[in-house]
Design a protein around this ligand. Structure first.
Ligand code: GLA
Length: 431
């Protein structure tokens, strides 16, 4: 064994195991649909019955998910966000759905969604109110957890508005315990770190022990600026957040906005590719009833989904940034690596990127296979370190690749990537 390999093995043994929330859920990043980015707090069912937050919306989405191949592609959770409840709790102090918009109630909706072989998610808040000023769960954690369990809900998105930041940890932990106490498996999606970052560095060990996924950065909008700023935030904090991801607990960069209005097709491919590299939960927020075929094919692309769902469960990260290109890499099972090459230059035409510049290209010594997954599927077959493949990447687009080592002794690792960052920058100056 050479010294580098020995050192890396020692480091991997020394690295403390990160303990996940022990509810047996989210062993792979969660996949589903969530209403917020596309439908927001539209409660006007009189004038806008097709787009308002009502039981009809989720039932229609569940129908389409089964009929149009979404369920088969892996999208399983149909999730309600803010603005579903009545402004008043019931006589027993329980949350209740708005009676006009949810005449059947949540239990009946859950039964419907389950009858389609799908799961239902609901939304609540750790503080006095939800972000849209509906009743929050503070002081009612056990009652609300039990209500959700009685309704047979499968996932809770727990927001962090209207609570003093010093109480966030206690609130999220107590709700986690309350959910556990119900005895029903309820996937727990948190926003704890997002609300804490404004004041201090969150404790990711505690967060991972408490939640199945957690939002770190600002809400996604339907724009390229928004996607870029989430990616920038993630790269800037990757040394803190990446090690905390793994089976049972994931960093959540927020919803996929593919199929809406604000992203070009290249940008939609960039979001899909990078969310796969980041091992992100894949919650689409779009209108599946009328989505364009190209966006649908992208969201259902089985090769990209396979990268997102890789069983090793290691989150990828940015490994190089040069000349308005970024390279993001994710270590996967079976000696494979997923690589996204993002062209951030939003002027001009497609730009060339020689494959040998990828920081861990060494895994192709002595040989590897290379497959391009986005923008088009293409098998390049067996390659070696001298490969002359050059990609052409559109402005704000991404080339997504899968590289599988053949008999390589090079084992990529987080530490190796980060230590060598400055060296890689020098090597890539020639682009
Ligand atoms: C916050 C969350 C969003 C959404 C809204 C609802 O902003 O971060 O994802 O849930 O609240 O009001």
């Amino acid at each position: 064994m050479d010294r580098t390999v020995l050192l890396l093995s020692v480091l991997s043994v020394l690295r403390p195991a990160v303990v996940a929330l022990d509810n047996g859920l989210a062993l792979k990043p969660t996949m589903g649909w969530l209403h917020w980015e596309r439908f927001m707090c539209n409660t006007d069912c009189v004038n806008d019955p097709d787009n308002c937050i009502s039981e009809r919306l989720y039932m229609q989405m569940a129908d389409v998910m089964v009929k149009e191949g979404w369920k088969e592609a892996g999208y399983e959770y149909v999730c309600i966000d803010d603005c579903w409840p009545s402004h008043q709790r019931d006589a027993q102090g329980r949350l209740q759905a708005d009676p006009d918009r949810f005449p059947g109630g949540i239990k009946k909706l859950a039964d419907y969604v389950h009858s389609k072989g799908l799961k239902l998610g609901i939304y609540a808040d750790v503080g006095v109110n939800t972000c849209a000023k509906y009743p929050g769960s503070l002081g009612h954690y056990e009652t609300d957890a039990q209500t959700f369990a009685d309704w047979d809900v499968d996932l809770l998105k727990f927001d962090g508005c209207f609570l003093d930041w010093t109480s966030l940890g206690e609130g999220y932990i107590n709700m986690s315990k309350a959910l556990n106490k119900t005895g029903k498996s309820i996937l727990y999606s948190c926003e704890w770190p997002l609300y804490e970052w404004a004041y201090q560095k969150p404790n990711y060990t505690a967060i991972r022990e408490t939640c199945n996924h957690w939002r770190n950065s600002e809400d996604v909008f339907d724009s390229w600026n928004s996607i870029r700023s989430i990616l920038d935030w993630t790269a800037k904090h990757q040394d803190i957040i990446v090690p905390s991801a793994g089976p049972g607990g994931w960093n959540d960069p927020d919803m996929l906005v593919i199929g809406n209005f604000g992203l070009s097709h290249d940008q939609q491919e960039s979001q899909m590719a990078l969310w796969a590299i980041m091992a992100a939960p894949l919650f689409m927020s779009n209108d599946l009833r009328g989505i364009c075929p190209r966006s649908k094919a992208l969201l259902q692309n089985k090769h990209v989904i396979e990268i997102n769902q890789d069983p090793l469960g290691k989150q990828g990260y940015r490994t190089a940034a040069m000349n308005s290109f970024e390279v993001w890499e994710r270590i996967m099972s079976n000696n494979s690596l997923a690589v996204a090459v993002l062209n951030l230059q939003d002027i001009g035409g497609p730009r060339k990127f020689p494959i040998v510049i990828i920081p861990s290209w060494k895994i192709c010594d002595p040989r590897c296979t290379v497959t391009q997954i986005l923008p088009q599927y293409k098998e390049f077959g067996v390659q070696n370190v001298q490969s002359d493949i050059v990609f052409s990447v559109n402005p704000t687009g991404t080339a997504l690749l899968k590289i599988t080592a053949i008999n390589s002794r090079f084992k990529p690792s987080h530490k190796l990537f980060w230590k060598n960052e400055s060296i890689r920058r020098d090597q890539t100056n020639t682009l």
